[in-house]
Design a protein around this ligand. Sequence first.
Ligand code: PGA
Length: 313
Amino acid sequence: MKPKIIVANWKCNPESSQEAQKLFGISDKKNVVIAAPYLFLHLGKELTYAQLGAQDAFLDNGAFTGEVSSRQLVKAGVKSVILGHSERRIYFGETDELIVQKAKAALDFGLSVIICIGESQREREEGTMMAGRTIRRDVINSLSGIPPKRSGKITVAYEPIWAIGTGETPNPTDINERAKLIKSTAESLGLFGVNVLYGGSVDENNCSDFLNQPEIDGLLVGGASLVSEKIAKIIKIMNNLNGDIYPVVHKEVPAKTKPAKEVKRGTTKKKTETKKTVTLKPKKALAKKQAKPALKPKKSPFSKVKKSVKKKK
Ligand code: PGA
């Protein structure tokens, strides 16, 4: 069995750094990703076991007021990013096209992506058959065009919109079937080994029902990830279930820094340790060197922006 993972989605919370620090401390356990607001990412640099995540990522640096790019997130120590959460689709008008673009860019910069899909209340009312159709459509729309070689870094979070923050949860065995459908649809796009998470009103009481399903690889936890006792319990249940399985999420061992050279005896001038300065490469050269994010969407307004910026240079 693959080890299960928990992704804590703090959304636009908490209010203060102190609270964020406390939550980071509680959630810093194996197989956990903490998707914190940009504002608190620097506090997560000290995480020992958990991985730092973000809740969105823009395509690239540039004149895009208010945005934060995948390139910047990587520099900030982020390893995974949630994309296309229903709240971003509903409140910020994100389309499948933009989400695919963002996913490609994030993957090009080395991030793992957690792409959210899930049916609305209306689609739910249309019945189970329709739910299956909706899932296939969502997977195809949100993953088409992502190169198969990136499969290992793709997770789909299945979050029925009607279950988010409502306290209402679907039947875990139904979700297991849907996770299977998500995986087989992803495979039809050439994406093998995609992980599937369930999200929507997960708490310390219902988490094991979902975690015990073989096709569900973990949970995306919103509200309960902000309550210390709840998230601590959820993580504990998950890690008990994982047993000694090697964690999927683990911190990379930092490269050892060379000790400062010894000063030879008898030398009058003491060698002082100089700080290495990083010279920033000119933007063009840097852009060439880095893997280029996909900036050629079919109908995205952002490709036009980017092109016109380039022309002006
Ligand atoms: P919830 O949110 O756990 O509060 O329902 C889940 C999510 O939106 O990711």
